[in-house]
Ligand binder design. Sequence first.
Ligand code: SF4
Ligand code: SF4
Length: 323
Amino acid sequence: MANLLWLQGGACSGNTMSFLNADQPTAVDLLTDFGIDLLWHPSLGMELGQQAQDVFNRCVSGETPLDIFVFEGSVIQAPEKTGRFNMFAGRPMQDWVRELCAKADIVVAIGDCACWGGIPATAPNPSDSIGLQYLKRDSGGFLGSDYRSGLGLPVINVPGCPAHPDWITQIVVALASGRTADIALDELARPATFFTTFTQTGCTRTQFFDYKQSPAKFGEGTRTGCLFYEQGCRGPMTHSSCNKILWNRQSSKTRSGMPCIGCTEPEFPHHDLMPGTVFKTQKVSGVIPKEVPEGIDHASYLAMAATAKIVAPQWSKEDMFVV
Ligand code: SF4
Ligand code: SF4
């Protein structure tokens, strides 16, 4: 059995909702078939008040071994680093986090807020929110760059707003079944298996991307066109497996005509959510995209895009989804 404790800081519960939507395996399967002993969870825990505090205190004292500590949401440090804006079970949540991370064999940050601060850490960041081991792309975060869990690991970051249910359950199952060494992490401590390729990998619109074909307006892109050129899709520069491991086994944002907003990257929300920056490709001189697909320089991109537009065949301008 692996003991797992899940707490929430500055969170909307979105990652909990995502987790509870998991179906292969389900959250119940984790408990009945995969050897996880869920010590407590904000939505599933039965204990309240003093009983809940006792659960946490037994982990802090070492009486209950804490194999996996999952944290969802930002660590709220305001006011003045006391953390008292986020009181939980009789004390600032940040104090629980610090002490539980000191005891845990493995710490997993679920969702952007726990990984990098997420939306709560967007300037001016009144709650002084921070991720467990990062603030945006800067290493450090609440625990510091040198933090290592009991098994000698950094915080394992499973980002997303929310994280895909499979990203959560597959990592938890791997950790609980003693396969921690099989989890390769990228330079941001994300499991490489989910975050090496791009949202664009497997997108059904890549033929429109190749020939620079775009729907004219938001909402026209449900069946034709690539959303990169006008609607701000971040698929070519966002590391995620959203078009390989589909959501609800059915679809993804880009498949349904919604631009990828880059939620797995530390900079999310991009452009600080200023008016006119969401669902709109940011351009220089009204023509040149400010950001181009990862690994391509602007000059090469412009040459490629201009050529693609000129040679675009008729079929690339038509509805490819008609059966
Ligand atoms: S819609 Fe987005 S992910 Fe899909 S091909 Fe276009 S840029 Fe790439
Ligand atoms: S498609 Fe993009 S915005 Fe949507 S969940 Fe995947 S990475 Fe996040």
